[in-house]
Ligand binder design. Structure first.
Ligand SMILES: [Zn+2]
Length: 129
């Protein structure tokens, strides 16, 4: 007989009980630790975007400057899952708001440079080849 010790994916606690099955027949578990307040989880999600590990990776990648499509491609999940998870993270704030609080908006000077490109010439040259 093999005994497997389960750890809660949220608090890493071991005070876990079985809590029925999902409609797909997978075993659902409930964490009985005080900090989790009865959170439930399953061990192998059919869609990886639902797992705690991938949700944490979404936040980590966003904090390291990865875009939404970049994150979705790397983690093999949909872009809407990435957006949904980032909206849940209330501690995340747009970078520009932090910058605006620190700087004096009246004194910011923006230089706009316009690059002129002759698209007709480029198109003609590519056709010649
Ligand atoms: Zn827990």
């Amino acid at each position: 007989m093999i005994t497997q010790v389960l750890h809660c994916p949220y608090c890493q606690g071991v005070n876990i009980v079985k809590n029925g099955k999902t409609p797909q027949g997978k075993q659902r578990y409930q964490c009985r630790e005080q900090v989790c307040e009865g959170r439930t989880f399953i061990l192998n999600y059919a869609y990886q975007g639902q797992s705690r590990k991938v949700k944490q990776q979404i936040v980590d990648m966003a904090l390291n400057g990865s875009g939404i499509r970049d994150t979705a491609r790397v983690l093999h999940i949909s872009t809407s899952t990435v957006i949904k998870e980032l909206k849940k993270q209330t501690q995340l704030q747009p970078v520009n708001l932090l910058m605006l609080k620190q700087s004096d908006c009246e004194s910011i000077v923006v230089n706009i440079c316009v690059a002129k490109l002759d698209l007709m010439t480029i198109g003609m040259e590519s056709k010649k080849r």
